[in-house]
Design a protein around this ligand. Structure first.
Ligand code: COA
Ligand code: AMP
Length: 630
């Protein structure tokens, strides 16, 4: 553990020296005055005074520096039965032209641009074009409903929205344009224009005067050069679930982000520039931002953009086909994808159909990885399988076995030791470190390393309340777990109302807001119950208003439809049940975590403050009737 220990200790002892060295991996227009500006604690700024352009670092310096003919992107799309490869030179040219198109329509430094697109190269082009102009992109995942998009439009107030006519799911086409039109209708803020890429599968109707066909936009544009911005200027906003229906707009800067992601490619993932790296995620999530787009491109790797699923496109061998065909050196996905593959190919028979000799490591994140899934992947692939832990907020791994520094022993169930830069603690309610092995709230001592969030978009108070107020001098992760004697971290659960469904982060509070809007519902509760495939699934409990005599199954089915319409299919909200009462404390707090423990057949203590313990028995009977609670 010597290399790791030394590097880690150096990063904590003298973060400025550590990250100044890492910053040499980035091309700067102007070097920084201070590596870490701590003049406004608890807000910290990395590389203050430094100036750069992130798109220049991701594309131009490679295109002009000997990697022009190397592939930047391989788009592999079993859903359209097509592939497209783009070199660094060609990608730079496409991005410069699209940046010109955005500029033509008035987008400049600091303006927000929402990107609502499926997994196609043009989505990356749009994102990097924003970075080129110093505009702030905000990508919205395609599985969200119009209402969620509208909330983000109102919060980010974009000048322009870039979209496509459709996304493609195995069983259906997802027409983006009607969702986009509905979202703009719902939102108070109206974008000046929408630039829409027409995919061959669906022709979208364009609104005259507002909507512009992607091809027309670039036909009349000229290439735009990189606009130099401050290291501390925002690069992007990415919305993630909090405890309410109002998502949090995570703000990422330019300088710290470029430094941290570039550093992580070698030190965490152990890949060399020129190698092929594949994050099988979606550009709508932070993993997609960091490791489909920015990390690999900043580091001169080839990135794979996969428009398909781990199973069903066409079979459970899809990942192995892609890894073999494109000579992927390092791969990253969510445990749920492996559980899906294993369910369909329990012996991993399809793995043997492909030459995976080039694949050196597999990284997993996004949700807790059960040891069983980890062992299965290790045995079937015969390579290191690394569970690592991070959040939309942190932008890169808080904890990981850093293969580029030193391959440490893997402990199943653990996300590895803290990554350099992260001073991770398990704390009790008073903010004191708990003993090794005891569960506490996981928090990170400030300052956080470069690349982590600099704030919430126009919500400084919420930023403080959500992350900084509970433990003075720490960032509260919202995760609970323990740290063992060797410093390995075990992330066990959330301390808030966030649940994780198929590696997607969702707010039970947001689902409850939708259920509560049903005219017959008096009160409700949503919990995340364990699911063998997706990790967790949301379950809704409804108490009806007095006097409602309609069929309860019908009401439950209506709420299921409402969640799909208002949050989106990605919530996978399929089960709601009507109950007579909800279990509460005497002060009226709903006992969601006790309900979850009952659903998952876990041991639970009946809280001393419970209003009426008999309600828990009623809930248990209902849970049993739908296949939970043992
Ligand atoms: N656009 C529109 N709809 C989408 C979508 C998108 N980008 N992604 C998912 N959906 C839809 C699905 O079609 C499905 O709709 P349905 O109810 O009509 O069937 C619904 O949202 C639920 O999707 P999901 O939970 O992903 O289930 P699935 O059955 O389609 O796929 C897995 C299951 C395990 C294969 C898939 O969840 C997966 O690959 N997960 C990995 C997640 C990941 O990469 N997370 C990022 C962190 S690394
Ligand atoms: P997101 O912001 O969508 O990336 O979700 C972050 C949350 O997912 C974390 O706060 C954890 O609750 C969970 N998570 C991510 N990676 C892991 C992991 N490797 N092990 C356990 N939980 C994880």
């Amino acid at each position: 553990m010597k290399n790791y220990s030394q590097k880690y200790a150096a990063s904590i002892r003298d973060p400025e020296k550590f990250w100044a060295a890492a910053a040499e991996g980035i091309d700067w227009d102007t070097r920084w005055n201070r590596v870490l500006d701590d003049s406004d604690r608890p807000f910290y700024r990395w590389f203050a005074g430094g100036r750069l352009n992130t798109c220049y670092n991701a594309l131009d310096r490679h295109a002009d520096g000997g990697r022009g003919e190397q592939l930047a992107i391989i788009h592999d799309s079993p859903l359209t039965d097509s592939q497209r490869s783009i070199t660094y030179s060609a990608l730079r040219d496409e991005v410069a032209l699209f940046a010109g198109a955005l500029a033509c329509h008035g987008v400049g430094k600091g303006d927000r641009v929402i990107v609502y697109m499926p997994m196609i190269p043009e989505a990356i082009v749009a994102v990097l074009a924003c970075a080129r102009l110093g505009a702030v992109h905000s990508v919205v995942f395609g599985g969200f409903a119009a209402n969620e998009l509208a909330t983000r439009i109102d919060d980010a107030s974009p000048a322009i929205i870039v979209s496509a006519s459709c996304g493609i799911e195995p069983a259906r086409l997802v027409e983006y344009k009607p969702l986009l039109d509905q979202a703009i209708e719902l939102a108070n803020h109206k974008p000046r224009h929408c630039i829409v890429l027409q995919r061959p599968q669906v022709q979208a109707n364009l609104v005259p005067g507002r909507d512009i066909d992607w091809n027309d936009a670039i036909a009349s544009a000229t290439s735009h050069d990189c606009v130099i911005v401050d290291a501390t200027d925002p690069l992007y906003l990415l919305y993630t679930s909090g405890t309410t229906g109002q998502p949090k707009g995570i703000v990422r800067d330019n300088g710290g982000h470029a430094v941290a992601l570039h550093w992580s490619m070698q030190n965490i993932y152990n890949v060399e520039p020129g190698e092929v790296y594949w994050a099988a995620s979606d550009i709508g999530w932070v993993v997609g931002h960091s490791y489909i787009i920015y990390g690999p491109l900043l580091h001169g790797n080839t990135t794979v953009l996969f428009e398909g699923k781990p199973v069903g496109t066409p079979d459970a061998g899809a990942f192995w086909r892609v890894a073999a065909e494109h000579q992927v050196a390092c791969m990253f996905t969510a445990p749920t994808a492996f559980r899906a593959i294993r369910q369909q190919d329990p012996d991993g028979e399809l793995i043997s159909h492909y030459d995976l000799s080039g694949l050196r490591s597999l990284f997993l994140a996004g949700e807790r990885c059960d040891p069983d899934t980890l062992h299965w992947a290790e045995q079937k692939l015969g390579i290191p399988v690394i569970d690592h832990w991070w959040q939309t907020e942190t932008g890169w791994a808080i904890a990981s076995n850093c293969l580029g520094i030193e391959a440490l022993p893997v402990k199943a169930g653990s996300v590895g030791p803290a990554a350099p830069g992260w001073d991770v603690r398990a704390l009790d309610n008073n903010g004191n470190d708990v003993r090794a092995g005891d569960v506490g709230a996981i928090a990170c001592r400030l300052p956080l390393p470069p690349g982590s969030l600099t704030g919430l978009w126009q919500a400084e108070d919420r930023f403080r309340r959500s992350y900084l107020d509970t433990f003075s001098g720490y960032y509260e992760t919202g995760d609970a777990g323990y740290i063992d004697e060797d410093g390995y971290i075990y992330v066990m659960s959330r301390t808030d109302d966030v649940i994780n469904v198929a590696g997607h982060r969702l707010s039970t509070g947001a689902i409850e807001e939708v259920l509560a809007a049903h005219g017959d519902v008096a009160e409700c509760a949503v919990i995340g119950a364990a699911d063998a495939l997706k990790g967790q699934l949301p379950l809704g409990f409804l108490v009806l208003k007095a006097g409602v005599e309609r069929d309860s199954d019908e009401i439950a089915a209506e709420t299921v439809r409402m969640v799909r319409e208002r949050i989106g299919p990605v919530a996978v909200f399929k089960t709601a049940v009507v109950v007579a009462r909800l279990p509460k404390t005497r002060s009226g707090k709903i006992l969601r975590s006790t309900m979850r423990q009952i659903a998952d057949s876990e041991k639970h203590r009946i809280p001393a403050t419970i209003e009426d313990p008999a309600v828990l028995d009623e809930i248990k009977i209902v849970l049993k009737s739908i296949g939970y609670a043992g």
